[in-house]
Write a protein that binds this ligand. Structure first.
Ligand SMILES: [Zn+2]
Length: 315
């Protein structure tokens, strides 16, 4: 009886422990010439993080266009206390680039980013591609180890960058975009992906790890990251710092597999445990997102009153 009670207590403790996630933004400072200009994006994003009590996120920077307003924008993120880390100089595709050229590119970004006061030697692989041959994969592991770097993996993958491109395309074409609809669409897609990879983690490692959410430094992130934090907290999640997230045991996991495409750390573990399909959630698909964006977000052209024809909709 005593053992049963202890087991029950353990179970209740495990269930009541909230899920945890850290927020990270890649490709900073990304081009900003659409809905927001660069300074407005930075100001909006920083304000939202502050008002939603998210004290620290990480920005993974590309340095090849780091001048003028874009340099200023990255400095603002660092000055606000957020981590600045390495996402390479030119965002190369490791599947098509040789190891030494790839290392040179990462080194170049390192030289530029080290001056930022909140710099961390964390490397986020562009496209999450970690080497399509054992030699390249091992070469980058050795390089990172020797230079005091960690592989700043993600656990929660998504195509937020594609939602942004659909949004910016609509803005550029002068279409009316209802921001409330866009918010609902964004939250629905992001949460579906987050819950999918969390379930995959529970299935393969038996627990919900300290997660790292992939996002990008873009207008929809600035617009909706606070709503995303609210929605996650309402579902029992808490937002933690990236530093805390990378203390999870899965941080030391090194896949024995050579993967041309990588769905993230949970996807790697699942693959190594025998799951060979469905490593990418259905929302990680351009056609899927475009169809839903068109149906759910774009405001239909306003027809003169009374002339609208109600068409039956197939469910
Ligand atoms: Zn990137």
């Amino acid at each position: 009886m005593r053992y049963l009670f202890a087991a029950l207590l353990l179970l209740v403790t495990a269930l009541s422990q909230g899920k945890e996630v850290a927020f990270t933004f890649d490709d900073a400072p990304r081009k900003a010439t659409g809905y927001f200009d660069g300074p407005t994006r930075a100001k909006t994003l920083l304000q939202v993080l502050e008002t939603h009590e998210i004290p620290q996120v990480a920005f993974f920077a590309n340095t090849s266009n780091l001048t003028g307003e874009r340099l200023e924008r990255l400095r603002r993120y660092g000055d606000a206390g957020h981590i600045i880390a390495n996402h390479s100089h030119t965002h190369p595709n490791f599947n098509t680039q040789e190891l030494q050229a790839y290392i040179d590119d990462v080194n170049e970004a390192d030289q530029i980013l080290r001056d930022f006061p909140t710099f961390k030697p964390w490397f986020r692989f562009p496209f999450l591609r970690e080497g399509n041959t054992a030699a390249k994969r091992n070469g980058m592991r050795k390089f990172l180890d020797e230079h005091g770097y960690i592989n700043a993996y993600i656990t929660l993958n998504n195509y937020d960058w594609y939602i942004e491109s659909l949004f910016q395309e609509a803005v550029a074409e002068g279409k009316r975009v209802d921001l409330d609809r866009l918010r609902r669409f964004y939250l629905d897609v992001m949460i579906a992906g987050i819950e999918y990879y969390d379930q995959m983690a529970i299935q393969h490692i038996g627990r919900s790890p300290k997660h790292i959410l992939l996002m990008h430094e873009m207008d929809i992130s600035a617009l909706f990251v606070g709503d995303l934090a609210d929605a996650l907290r309402n579902r029992g999640w808490s937002i933690i710092s990236p530093e805390e997230a990378y203390t999870d045991d899965i941080a030391s996991y090194r896949t024995p597999s050579v993967l041309k495409y990588n769905a993230g750390r949970i996807g790697e573990i699942a693959y190594d445990k025998g799951q060979k399909t469905d490593l990418w959630h259905e929302t990680l698909n351009e056609g899927y997102l475009r169809a839903r964006f068109t149906a759910e977000v774009l405001t239909p052209e306003t027809a003169p009153a009374g002339s609208r024809v109600k068409t039956p909709r197939a469910e």
